[in-house]
Design a protein around this ligand. Structure first.
Ligand SMILES: Cc1cc2nc3c(=O)[nH]c(=O)nc-3n(C[C@H](O)[C@H](O)[C@H](O)COP(=O)(O)OP(=O)(O)OC[C@H]3O[C@@H](n4cnc5c(N)ncnc54)[C@H](O)[C@@H]3O)c2cc1C
Length: 391
C-alpha cells in the first residue's frame, strides 16, 4: 500500500491506470473499507448498511493531504485539478478560482446529495489542496473561496437534515482545522443541536486543554459544541512527542473525556462553571470504551440525571462485532444510535485512507481474540441449532 501511495508512479504501479492492479485492489482492500467509486456504487452500499439496522451512515469524500513529519513532506494523494467536465473551458483567471478547492467543493456537495435525513457527512478539509493546507500549516484561515464552499456545505446539509463531522487530521494542519471548525460551530450550532462537530484526538497530550478552550467558547458565545471523540489515526506520521507515551494513557484520556461529557463534568465545566450545550459522538472500535459509555448514558437517562445526546460509530469494514453488539442493545427509545462510517472516491483518491486502515489493522490484532471468540461461539450455536432441528 505504501508503494502504491507514492506520487508519480509508473503505469504498472498506478492503481487508476493499471486495470489488473485496480481489479485486484478493488476486490480485496477497496470493497472491504470503501463505499464506491461513483454515486451508484455508493448509494447501493448505503442501502446495504441501513438494511442491517444502522441508524444511518457517515460518508466522506476521500480526497485529503497527509503531512509526514519524518520526511517533512505533504502527500497530496488524489489532489488533482478540475478535470473532465471542464475540458476545453478555461477557468476565468480574473476570478482567481482555485481548481483544487472547486474540485473539493464539488465532491463534497455530491456526497451531501447521496445522504438522507439523519445521516452524517464527514469532511477532510485538507482535500481542498495546497492553498488550504498552506493556510492550515500557518494556523490561519483558508482562502475566502474555501470559506464560501464551507458555508454552502453547511446550508445544504441543514436543508437536508444531514449533520457534519469535520475530521481531525495530521497535527501539522490541525490548529487551522480547529479554527475553521470552531467558527462554523459558532455560526451554525445555534438551534440547540450541533449541525457541525469538531473532532478531538484523545492521543494528543494537548487535547484536554484544547477541548477546555472550546467548551469555554461554547459557554461564552452560546452555541452547541459538537464533540466527536477519536483516539487519533496519525501515529505513523505525526510527531511522537505530541502523543501520549503509552496506549493506556490514550485509553484513559479517551474514557475520561467520553464519561466526563456524559456526566456533564469536564475540568471546571459542570463544577465551578456551567456545562455548555454539547452533542457527543464516540468514534471508536474499542469495545470497553463504547460499552461503558453506553451503559453510563443509559443509567443516567434512567435515573433522570443530566447527560448529553450521544452517537456511536465504527468504520465500514472494521469491528462489526462491536457495531452489532451495540445494535443488539437498542431499546425502545432508539438508543444506542449506531452508525457505520464509509468513504467514497476513485481508487487513487482512497489510497491514503486505505493505507491508514492497513496500519490500523495492526492495532486490530489486539482485538482479534475477542472477535475470534465471538465467531467461535456463534459457530457452535449454529451447529447446535442445526442438530436440534434435524433431531
Ligand atoms: C467513525 C470513525 C471516525 C474517525 N475519525 C477520525 C478522525 O477524524 N481523525 C483521526 O485522527 N482518526 C479518526 N478515526 C480513527 C481513530 O482515531 C483511531 O485511529 C481508531 O479508531 C482506532 O482507535 P480505537 O478507539 O478504535 O481503539 P483502539 O484500537 O483501542 O486504539 C488504537 C489507538 O490507540 C492509540 N495508540 C495505540 N498505541 C499507542 C501508544 N503506544 N501510545 C499512545 N497511543 C496509542 C492510537 O490512537 C491508535 O489508533 C476515526 C475512527 C472511527 C471509528
Amino acid at each position: 500500500m505504501s508503494i502504491f501511495s507514492k506520487p508519480n508512479r509508473g503505469f504498472l504501479l498506478n492503481v487508476d491506470r493499471n486495470p489488473i492492479l485496480h481489479g485486484i485492489l478493488k476486490k480485496t482492500f477497496y470493497e472491504q473499507f470503501c463505499a464506491g467509486e461513483n454515486g451508484g456504487e455508493t448509494k447501493a452500499t448505503i442501502k446495504e448498511l441501513k438494511d442491517m439496522g444502522f441508524r444511518g451512515v457517515i460518508m466522506t469524500y476521500a480526497k485529503e493531504t497527509v503531512f509526514d513529519h519524518s520526511t517533512n513532506m505533504e502527500q497530496g494523494l488524489g489532489v488533482a485539478a478540475l478535470k473532465s467536465e471542464n475540458k476545453g473551458q478555461e477557468l476565468d483567471p480574473s476570478l482567481a478560482r482555485c481548481a483544487n478547492i472547486e474540485a473539493w467543493r464539488k465532491g463534497t456537495m455530491e456526497t451531501v446529495e447521496q445522504l438522507e435525513d439523519g445521516d452524517y457527512l464527514a469532511v477532510k478539509l485538507t482535500g481542498a489542496g495546497p492553498t488550504v493546507t498552506k493556510a492550515f500549516s500557518a494556523g490561519e484561515l483558508p482562502p475566502q473561496q474555501m470559506l464560501d464552499a464551507l458555508d454552502e456545505m453547511c446550508t445544504r446539509c441543514k436543508e437536508r437534515k444531514v449533520r457534519i463531522l469535520v475530521d481531525a487530521e495530521s497535527q501539522h494542519f490541525q490548529w487551522g482545522i480547529h479554527r475553521v471548525t470552531l467558527n462554523l460551530m459558532r455560526r451554525y450550532n445555534r438551534d440547540g443541536y450541533a449541525l457541525v462537530y469538531n473532532s478531538y484526538q484523545a492521543y494528543l497530550k494537548s487535547t484536554f486543554d484544547t477541548l477546555s478552550k472550546h467548551l469555554a467558547a461554547a459557554q461564552e458565545d452560546g452555541f452547541t459544541l459538537g464533540l466527536k471523540l477519536v483516539r487519533g489515526a496519525y501515529m505513523a506520521s505525526d510527531k511522537r512527542s505530541l502523543i501520549h507515551d503509552t496506549k493506556t494513557d490514550t485509553d484513559n484520556a479517551y474514557n475520561t473525556i467520553a464519561q466526563g461529557a456524559l456526566k456533564q463534568t469536564i475540568g471546571e465545566f459542570g463544577v465551578s462553571k456551567p456545562f455548555p450545550s454539547t452533542n457527543l459522538f464516540l468514534a471508536s472500535h474499542n469495545r470497553e470504551s463504547v460499552m461503558d459509555a453506553h451503559q453510563l448514558h443509559k443509567q443516567r437517562l434512567a435515573a433522570g440525571l443530566p447527560t448529553v445526546p450521544v452517537g456511536f460509530a465504527q468504520l465500514h469494514g472494521m469491528s462489526d462485532e462491536v457495531s452489532f453488539s451495540l445494535l443488539a442493545l437498542k431499546g425502545k427509545d432508539g438508543t444506542p444510535e449506531v452508525y457505520k462510517c464509509s468513504t467514497w472516491g476513485g481508487m487513487g483518491e482512497c489510497l491514503a485512507y486505505l493505507l491508514r486502515r492497513a496500519i490500523e489493522n495492526r492495532d486490530a490484532v489486539l482485538r482479534t481474540s475477542d472477535e475470534y471468540n465471538a465467531l467461535k461461539s456463534e459457530f457452535r450455536r449454529r451447529i447446535r441449532a442445526l442438530f436440534s432441528l434435524s433431531a
